[in-house]
Write a protein of this length. Sequence first.
Lengths: 256, 256
Amino acid sequence: MAVSKNRIKWLKSLHIKKYRQKYNNFIVEGDKMVREVLDQNPAAMLELYALEPWLSTNLPKGKVPADRIFDVSLTELGQMSGQNTPNQALALLDCDALPNVIPDKNGLVLYLDQIQDPGNMGAILRIADWFGLPGVIAGPGSADRFNAKVIQSTMGAFLRVPVEETDLGAFLSGRSDYKILAADAKGVNAFTYPFPEKAVLIIGNEGNGIAPGLFSLTDEVVSIPKGAEGGAESLNAAVAAGIICAAFQQYTYQKK
Amino acid sequence: MAVSKNRIKWLKSLHIKKYRQKYNNFIVEGDKMVREVLDQNPAAMLELYALEPWLSTNLPKGKVPADRIFDVSLTELGQMSGQNTPNQALALLDCDALPNVIPDKNGLVLYLDQIQDPGNMGAILRIADWFGLPGVIAGPGSADRFNAKVIQSTMGAFLRVPVEETDLGAFLSGRSDYKILAADAKGVNAFTYPFPEKAVLIIGNEGNGIAPGLFSLTDEVVSIPKGAEGGAESLNAAVAAGIICAAFQQYTYQKK
């Protein structure tokens, strides 16, 4: 089926957050990512645009209704794409099809306090996915979970990890027994800390750390011990999150 | 002192790897990074280009000879800069002024096997800096340590962490008693593994993992246990490196 110029223009507009929010749709690009969606959540796929060889190889017809599949030229794909080098396939997805409710259960929920780098946000979703954490809260000022670079750097975790876009107060209202932890310097050693079973861990902004207003809600500051000859002021936000989640998992596993 | 158009053009060329290698010089940009260099290694600074208010505030004259300091306009700074929004100061540095010999001592040396993302390489240098590791080997196909995005994401660690650009065989020749570890799935649990005192840890490429040729040199594969409900195929390369380095430090610390 041919694709109209207006449709191409509209698809292209979804690379901008304002239009993603307006239409509640987003774009996933590239062979690997589109195949992940087809495998794991084909119902989320509203439309699929791909080169003919890709369609012949991946046979999406059993998973997506035929009238939603568009065989496009490389030129058309380039016009829809947000990438410098468009890669075989592009899918239109429903924002509401991604998990967006964090279950109220034991585990470590990560709270992103203005994590602005899309690569960091993607890496943090991968951490939550790897350790099977209940979910991630994207606090105000954080990157948009539907941003193409976030999606790309999650390596598929965006399909599995519940993300709530809210602030910490709103998340906690109506939920009880969460301890609030903050990842920062000068706290207790993450590797000897007896983690609570159910907690939120605040990960601070790349440049400014954790906002003072959030610190006042914190039950415990958890730190990664520096080496005897260590010199850095801080670790990358995603790296720090990964290390503390590993410590949490290690503690929880040892207890059992 | 005024800056010639040719000099501006030459400085701009250093945003490209080929010219950095040809002239053995590189650029550090932005208020924070340039101040770090002034504080920690002013001798590395061949030339300093900055706006007048920045020069008045930071008074570099005691640290850098006056004839190497250039008071530039915002337009000139923009012409030299590789950033969209040039930020107050830019410094020309000597590549050989950065630490480039990894001391032959106990600790974990990180080997980057085609780590191509500059943000990942920068985050890994920060990890090495934080834990006080002996250094990082940038194997063939890895990002350039003098790349502006690498420099930026090290948050100053580029000034302190020794980096050798070589392959694993060349690094090991003439050095003995290094165990070779690989960070990958299906290995021993990093949190219960009795780490050797002196080792190289191979961190694999973002998409393809560790090259088969390197695996054949490996004494032990070290893994990060996945959560019971974990779903991801892998972690981000820098996150995985950070977690294994934390496990190494934890083991080494507990032993003492």
